[in-house]
Write a protein that binds this ligand. Structure first.
Ligand code: TMP
Length: 215
């Protein structure tokens, strides 16, 4: 843990990550915590351009190229925003990070979790989340939620159920392998309950960041 703390939010599309990030930002800001919320891919101009490219349903992207594009967007975000914010003592909430690539490209695209991990080690210079909130939801429920959204599905969201099953399973394996970092949250319940669980899962980090800021 640098000066601040890095909390990452993970889960399949439709799990409710953006809603949770909004709720956490609101709650923690009200408590006087310096919070910065960012999303992946994106968060800085270079990475937002990569985001537009990787999400474009009109493009066919080779799986290895896809893994590298996400890693490139991540490298830029980490260098330009995340590391400086952590050095200044902020609590950074990141909507997706390396685990997304491990699950989507490693498992979903079949590139292998370890190969994708290596690429990402280079991209991030080894930066890891202090805590990861994994929103657990079944692909069927997630798809039903997405169906009620106004926007058209992007390139990834157009994939079939098998793709999301593989990703959900990979997330579970990652959580089993790193229980100290990854807190699994039942995301099928109401947003207030999910927010309460998420706050409880990061309470220790919030206390440390607040205590440092008060010094
Ligand atoms: P989202 O920001 O709306 O979740 O869209 C990002 C999409 O990109 C989503 O379908 C997940 C996918 N993705 C990957 O496949 N690998 C990654 O490393 C990241 C960050 C996202």
């Amino acid at each position: 843990m640098a000066g601040g703390a890095l909390v990452t939010i993970e889960g399949i599309d439709g799990a409710g990550k953006s809603t949770l990030v909004e709720g956490l930002t609101r709650e923690l800001t009200a408590r006087g915590v310096r919070v910065e919320a960012l999303r992946e891919p994106g968060g800085v101009p270079v990475s937002e351009r990569v985001r537009a490219l990787v999400k474009d349903p009109a493009l066919q992207v080779d799986p290895r190229a896809e893994a590298l594009l996400y890693a490139a967007a991540r490298a830029q975000l980490v260098g330009e925003r995340v590391r400086p914010l952590l050095a200044r003592g902020a609590l950074v909430l990141l909507d997706r990070f390396v685990d997304s690539s491990l699950a989507y490209q490693g498992a979903g695209r079949g590139l292998g979790v370890e190969a994708v991990r290596q690429v990402n080690l280079f991209a991030t210079g080894g930066l890891e989340g202090d805590r990861t909130l994994l929103l657990r939801i079944s692909p069927e429920v997630a798809r039903a939620r997405q169906g009620s959204r106004a926007e058209a599905p992007d390139r990834l969201e157009r994939e079939g159920d098998g793709f999301f099953e593989a990703i959900a399973q990979a997330y579970e394996e990652l959580a089993r392998g790193d229980p100290a970092r990854i807190a699994v949250i039942d995301a099928a319940r109401g947003r207030d309950q999910v927010l309460r669980d998420a706050l409880a899962a990061i309470e220790d980090l919030v206390s440390v960041v607040s205590a440092r800021a008060a010094r």
